[in-house]
Design a protein around this ligand. Structure first.
Ligand code: GDP
Length: 378
């Protein structure tokens, strides 16, 4: 009898203990939304306010045990590694300039030729005139008559034109313990999503933690593309339903970044250049909604270097609708028109911060005026 009582007691204890453990585990797993942040939202701008829980898909993906996490290439020295691509595609610019400057007799026709070479490389009329004037003066005043001297002067003037003094660091450090927020904008096809993926690698290579926001909800597959980039380096991607509200995704990405104590949130945006008013509304809204959580620290505009004048027009339009703070020039490996670096900086009054020089995952390099000019003249 007493044996029966003891057995029953043990069974009851086991059931209670088991239930207790299950309860504790279940509690531990529960996602608790940061209510203070959510309480602050009153705007109807966010399309899913009825979901207080962050809409986070694929919770487990980022850390899926089967995924091999890649180690991105160190950021320093990338432009040097990629300089041959620049030299190859831009050779005509550097060589053309040096060929003219190396002539014994620099007559008016020679200076005109120099001007044409610069214009053909998309340097733009204003900067070309300035450069030619400066070179003419120096050649005359300094009595330059040998090609080596001419090369030194040309290098000097080109570096000055590109702007060695400009601050080209990406502003990715947040304040008050919040993440830095980088908004990436640009027309579809320029390499925007690829750039966001590559920037994640740049940051991971620097030891920073990152969350991606797939707010380009209009291009089919953009979110999948971004998520794949993220998974390769163990970075989580917050995404919404296709065709959903981009501002909502941006908001939730930053919310997730804050909750996780992440260093940087990178937000990809939709790049439909339908009407300027539409673009303005959309990008303005994304930024406003995100800033309910944390200030946007950097707005990067992605421009395809091969599109020449068209790229400059895009820069103008985006510059009018958002406060662009930096430029990423992609596909610089596929054009001899490297002068667009100068032209686009002039157009927007903001520096080129990164350049894309190929299709590889780490073919995005921080821009540097001297290294760029050296590659041109190599
Ligand atoms: P999005 O529509 O602006 O998001 O464009 P994607 O990121 O999908 O990129 C469009 C294409 O451009 C892809 O095939 C990329 O591989 C390619 N691309 C992006 N950056 C570069 C670059 O720097 N060099 C080259 N050669 N291709 C690039």
């Amino acid at each position: 009898m007493s044996l029966l009582i003891i057995s029953i007691s043990i069974a009851v204890a086991v059931i209670f203990l088991g239930g207790g453990i299950a309860f504790v585990v279940a509690r531990g797993r529960r996602e608790v939304p940061p209510t203070d942040v959510l309480d602050a939202i009153t705007e109807e701008e966010i399309e899913h306010p009825e979901h207080p829980e962050p809409h986070l898909e694929d919770e487990s993906d980022a850390a899926a045990p089967t995924t091999t996490i890649e180690r991105p290439e160190a950021v320093q020295g990338r432009l040097v590694r990629l300089r041959s691509r620049l030299a190859r595609s831009q050779g005509s610019l550097g060589k053309g300039l040096l060929a003219v400057l190396g002539r014994a007799d620099l007559d008016d026709a020679a200076w005109e030729e120099l001007e044409d070479t610069l214009l053909a490389a998309d340097v733009g009329v204003g900067p070309t005139t300035e450069l030619v004037e400066a070179l003419r003066t120096r050649v005359r005043v300094e009595g330059i008559d040998d090609p080596e001297q001419a090369k030194v002067v040309l290098r000097d003037e080109l570096v000055g034109l590109v702007g060695p003094e400009l601050d080209r660091t990406m502003a990715s450090v947040g304040s008050d313990g919040k993440p830095g927020v980088v908004l990436v904008v640009g027309v579809n096809g320029t390499g925007k999503t690829t750039t966001v993926g590559r920037l994640a690698r740049v940051l991971v290579a620097d030891g920073r933690t990152v969350v991606l926001g797939a707010a380009d909800t209009f291009r089919a597959a953009a979110a999948d593309q971004l998520q794949t980039w993220g998974e390769r380096v163990g970075v989580h991607t917050v995404r919404g339903p296709e065709g959903g509200d981009p501002a909502s995704v941006g908001f939730e990405a930053v919310q997730r970044g804050i909750a996780d104590g992440t260093d940087v949130v990178l937000v990809d945006t939709a790049g439909r250049l339908h009407t300027k008013a539409g673009l303005m509304d959309e990008l303005g809204k994304v930024k406003r909604v995100i800033e309910k959580q944390a200030p946007v620290t950097e707005v990067l505009l992605v421009i395809d270097a091969t599109t020449g004048q068209n790229g400059l027009t895009q820069a103008r339009v985006f510059g009018e609708v958002v406060d662009v703070t930096g430029i990423v020039l992609t596909k610089l490996d596929g054009t001899a028109k490297g002068g667009i670096v100068v032209a686009v900086q002039r157009e927007l009054g903001v520096p080129v911060k990164f350049v894309g020089l190929g299709e590889g995952a780490d073919d995005l390099a921080p821009f540097d005026a001297e290294e760029f000019v050296d590659a041109l003249l190599a």
